[in-house]
Design a binder for this molecule. Sequence first.
Ligand SMILES: *Cc1c(COP(=O)(O)O)cnc(C)c1O
Length: 376
Amino acid sequence: MTQRPTRILVDLDAITHNLGAIRKRVGVPVMGIVKAEAYGHGLVPVARHMQAQGVDQLGVAFLEEGIALREAGIHLPILVLGGIFGPQAAELIANDLEVTVSSLDKLRQVEAAAQSLGRKATVHLKVDTGMERIGVHSYSCGPFIEAAVASQWCTVKGIYSHLACADDPASPMTAAQVERFAEACSHFDRLGVPMPLRHLANSGGVLHFPETWLDMVRPGIVLYGVLPDPDSERTLDLRPAMSVVSQVVYFKVVRAGRPVSYGATWAPDTDTRVVTVPIGYGDGWPRSLSSCGQVLIHGRRYPVAGRICMDQFMVDIGGDSAWNEDEVVLVGASGGDAIRVEEVARAAGTIPYEILTRLNARIPRSYCGGDSPTGV
Ligand SMILES: *Cc1c(COP(=O)(O)O)cnc(C)c1O
């Protein structure tokens, strides 16, 4: 079958480059975060590539993601970051996945599952230092840590917390979280047992807060060459790994005053040339880019004309020329110009994370660099 011309191109060498830049900066082991289809880049191909590049460990959100990696033959340690769902505890252990234990209750569930399997669970204790999401509050985690350390069925490999404001270098929140985390970790000293791996830094921490690096870092979005906050300073040399490209499928001249697309919300002032691009919100391309997004054709920027549809949208190319099958770049470089995910996010009124992760499986991914130039 000849595939639709819309595709996501993933440059694995960019991920290699970003991983190298992060390693050089932090000097501690790296847990590569590959949840949500590796931020839209494709879970298994990206995890395989990171494993080949010697990343120390992987992190995913859910059991299902961990199992998919095991089924693909990934042998690295994998931490499931999400709050565990009790009935899944046995499957986490059976698939050799490291478990986030975020309460005394969950510790008991994991212990029971481990005992019934006759196999110890490897766990990371989750402390809440300011997210108010999952984890035991740092100010009351003593008994929790004590119970985990005493457990016959759990090996405590790590202790961690998550930063709420690390994408903002000026936020005082991070310093407070660092201090609360240190307080939580001090229970290991009090109990006279060896300190497990302490990890705290997400991408924002890697970029802006050396005091969060500790024994391991957990970068996600920066591995893909994208900044957590479009307005933050580019303090690390990052290469975007993802391009989103399509091709012109239709050309027409639209008369002055004749509205384009659903709702008739936009019309040209003068006769203009309009091309149609076969990607829409049904692929995860944001509808909020209606009449405000831009694309690159032949290295020049053109605006989205009218509303983004489910499967296509229109672009106003003014008096310029474009032909069927000409390349349209939604993210990535064309000629001397480039559109970054950060720019798309700003235009769409959201964050780069959402732009990356909403691009769904309807768009085929293909890969270059690394050692697997394969389509998936
Ligand atoms: C998603 C996630 C990360 C990675 O976050 P980035 O901001 O993409 O670096 C790290 N730790 C936890 C617990 C996460 O859920």
